[in-house]
Design a protein around this ligand. Structure first.
Ligand code: HEC
Length: 157
């Protein structure tokens, strides 16, 4: 090997080492930025993402004394269908206060679908309406019964 060749290979090795060192510095630098330096970036770390996902609250659907605590609705067949479809946009109070028969419930649902973006309930509609008329039937009106057995008297002119 001539002196010149030795020199050339030495330069090559130095060059290669420099490139390797640069790559390592960049890699380590990115690692530091990603994991340590910039908190907004480290927030993207997968293990932290998992923490950010809301864990469903087990007590959310707690039932005490036959009442679904979160909504105040009576526990009965169809309860969760009503909770899942009817308490997203407004309070369940709106449902509890409105006592209707099946026909009027279906009309109210149709009205919400046409004007309030309520989705198609499919087979759930029957379940929901059954739940409502069974557990929240129309209240008897507080009106006295018609009088009967009355002795009317004739007015004289
Ligand atoms: C997409 C949203 C949405 C969903 C879901 C929804 N509603 Fe409504 N609902 C509304 C809006 C908006 C009103 C009008 C509220 C107001 O007047 O303050 C309303 C009004 C009502 C009323 C009062 C009607 C009246 O005549 O005053 C009742 C009762 C009712 N909803 C029951 C239900 C039932 C039962 C369900 C489940 C099938 C349901 N809602 C699901 C949006 C929705």
């Amino acid at each position: 090997m001539s002196e010149k060749e030795k020199l050339t290979s030495l330069v090559k090795i130095i060059y290669q080492l420099t490139v390797l060192a640069l790559v390592l510095v960049i890699a380590f630098g990115s690692f530091l930025i990603y994991y340590k330096v910039d908190p907004s970036l480290s927030a993207l770390r997968p293990e932290q993402q998992q923490v950010a996902v809301a864990t469903p609250n087990v007590d959310d659907n707690k039932i005490e004394n036959g009442i679904h605590i979160r909504t105040g609705l009576v526990e009965a067949e169809g309860l969760m269908t009503v909770v899942n479809n009817c308490t997203n946009c407004h309070s369940s109070k709106l449902i509890i206060q409105n006592r209707m028969n099946a026909e009027r419930w279906n009309a109210t649902i149709k009205w919400m679908q046409e004007t309030q973006n309520l989705w198609d309930l499919g087979e759930n509609q029957e379940v929901i309406v059954n739940y409502l008329v069974t557990n929240y039937p129309p209240k008897k009106k507080g009106r006295r019964e018609n009088l009967s057995n009355i002795e009317w008297y004739e007015l004289e002119d």
